[in-house]
Design a protein around this ligand. Structure first.
Ligand SMILES: C[S@@+](CC[C@H](N)C(=O)[O-])C[C@H]1O[C@@H](n2cnc3c(N)ncnc32)[C@H](O)[C@@H]1O
Length: 226
């Protein structure tokens, strides 16, 4: 077991659970989350919560958080971290595949730092890296789990088929805004904010659509390796 400190939050990382401080993707998402306006009491879904780190930072901003992970190791770890940070009144941790544990609940914000590689994981730790059509299934379920003005913060990498993912988001009615990017050796990682727009015909959306980059975007920051 590893003890990790991120800003003012102390986390335990159980064996087999994604260690956020070792990688770039979690800090990049935390930075994007930090700059996002969150109404007090808003509802947040932390998909694939791992240690619970994103859930904890959202709760510390006043959100009511539901966190989901398919790995029982992660669920156990996240529950301990919620208790350690005295946030049990604001965060509940559920075990299961993507949206299955939350039924038809809707959220003001969904955050997801997904596995980047395709394929069947051989054990629980590997679920942090690999999954079967995880992003396709996640994007397919988004609309029915967001409130009217609901938004998504999603970390993606050039290890993924970004054109296909952006096309799928667009086809499902989302406008995509780049919020963060980080260049790594042989890889680039991004945080995108996805907002609902009026559904448009798939024929109107071309793969490789141009993305906007606002004043918060494109600044190299954060730390880690992923
Ligand atoms: C890259 S880790 C991110 C962990 C944490 N959110 C962070 O940023 O530090 C991905 C997490 O998603 C979980 N996961 C993978 N496939 C999932 C699925 N189908 N449903 C729910 N969680 C899943 C993994 O178990 C892992 O904890």
């Amino acid at each position: 077991m590893v003890l990790e400190r991120i800003q003012d939050v102390t986390l335990v990382v159980f064996p087999g659970v994604f260690q956020p401080g070792l990688f770039f993707s979690t800090p990049l998402l935390l930075d994007a989350l930090d700059h996002l306006r969150l109404e007090a009491g808003c509802s947040v879904l932390d998909m694939g919560t791992g240690t619970g780190v994103l859930a904890i930072f959202a709760a510390k901003r006043g959100a009511r958080v539901t966190a989901v992970d398919i790995s029982p190791l992660a669920v156990r770890c996240a529950r301990v971290n919620v208790l350690l940070n005295c946030l049990e009144d604001q965060i509940r941790i559920l075990e299961g595949d993507l949206f299955a544990p939350v039924g038809d609940e809707r959220y003001d914000l969904v955050v997801f730092n997904p596995p980047y590689f395709e394929g069947k994981p051989k054990d629980w730790p590997e679920y942090a890296w690999r999954g079967e059509k995880v992003l396709d299934r996640f994007i397919g379920g988004l609309s029915s789990h967001l409130t009217q003005d609901g938004r998504v913060l999603l970390s993606l990498s050039t290890e993924l088929d970004l054109t296909a993912i952006k096309y799928e988001l667009s086809r499902n009615g989302f406008e995509i805004r780049e919020r963060r990017r980080r260049r790594l050796p042989g890889e680039m990682i991004f945080v995108y904010e996805c907002l609902r727009r009026e559904p448009m015909s798939a024929l109107e959306v071309k793969p490789g659509l141009k993305l906007t980059c606002d004043e918060h975007g494109c600044e190299p920051n954060a730390y880690g390796k992923r």
